[in-house]
Design a protein around this ligand. Structure first.
Ligand code: ZN
Length: 300
């Protein structure tokens, strides 16, 4: 994704990985290629977002918003050195590509003022922390880390319950290695719905995928962008918004949230930046006729 200017702001992407992810039906149990064909979305979805054999092409990425006053990192991908034995591609990663891209953007970890995770799944919190002398410490030493209060409290309770039951760790262990160390270092701040990070950057509740799931509304110079986290995992869900992912805590609420967000965004000129759309990532939601919607990526 090339730099997206937005009024006085600029938004960049930091890509951790991308490629063919999984069969669409694995992520969205309701996926049905015959239903999708009826929407006439195949022409714009394939093969960029959906392969001919129905596998999803996805990315894992953060976004950096530079307002001129603040440098804000949205979402933290999977991270390095995390113990994720159930996910081979997430387990003990050791790539320098993520931090190298920050460097290429002219940023060091010390330059990040604010980190916000749209939700606390393992693929959104990983770079919150790095392993230093055997301990997890905040990657961005000066940053305030913002977590939605509802989200933090939900996963903290799940973490405690899992510990008490001796069950598998919450979110692949990411609450313990990528969220709690930030809280214990005194860098975390729990925020509510509608929290203004600064003029033009607001955190809005968008529950369904998780209870405290959030989106980031950005506005500058009359231009708007919406960073949607996992409200929409893939452009396939723009063609058929009712298909929630199997990782949604409340599939029906997630579908409702997605439909409302898409209707609100459609033909509005608002730039959509989703956590898992593959390159070139940024784009707009447009009417496709017959009450349907499509995604048009920047440069497409
Ligand atoms: Zn995700």
């Amino acid at each position: 994704m090339v730099t997206q200017p937005l009024g006085e702001f600029r938004i960049d992407r930091v890509l951790e990985s991308e490629g063919v992810f999984a069969p669409a039906k694995v992520l969205m149990p309701q996926f049905n290629p015959a239903v999708l064909a009826q929407t006439q979305a195949d022409a714009w979805l394939r093969p960029q977002y959906l392969t001919t054999d129905d596998a999803l092409v996805m990315g894992f990425q953060s976004f950096v918003i530079r307002t001129g006053q603040l440098t804000i990192l949205i979402d933290g991908c999977v991270g390095n050195n995390k113990e994720r034995p159930q996910r081979e591609t997430w387990h003990r990663r050791s790539s320098s590509a993520y931090l190298d891209q920050l460097t290429a953007l002219g940023l060091s970890p010390e330059d990040i003022d604010v980190v916000m995770c749209t939700h606390l799944h393992a693929d959104h919190v990983g770079w919150n922390t790095v392993l230093k002398d055997g301990r997890w410490v905040p990657t961005f030493p000066r940053a305030r880390y913002l977590f939605a209060r509802t989200e933090y409290e939900f996963w903290e309770a799940a973490h405690r319950a899992a510990l008490a039951a001796g069950g598998p760790p919450t979110n692949h262990g990411s609450f313990a290695d990528s969220v709690l160390p930030v809280m214990e270092a005194g860098r975390a701040e729990l925020v509510g719905d509608g929290h203004e990070v600064c003029a033009g950057v607001r955190i809005d509740a968008a529950p369904g995928h998780t209870p405290g799931n959030s989106v980031i509304a950005v506005q500058s110079g009359g231009q708007r962008a919406l960073l949607t986290g996992d409200v929409i995992h893939t452009p396939v869900q723009i063609a058929v918004p009712q298909w929630s992912s199997r990782f949604c805590e409340d599939a029906a609420q997630s579908a409702d949230c997605r439909e409302r967000l898409l209707e609100h965004t459609c033909d509005s000129g608002t730039l959509l930046l989703a956590a898992h759309f593959p390159s070139p990532t940024a784009g707009w939601v447009e009417s496709a006729g017959g009450g349907r919607m499509r995604f048009r990526c920047v440069g497409c």
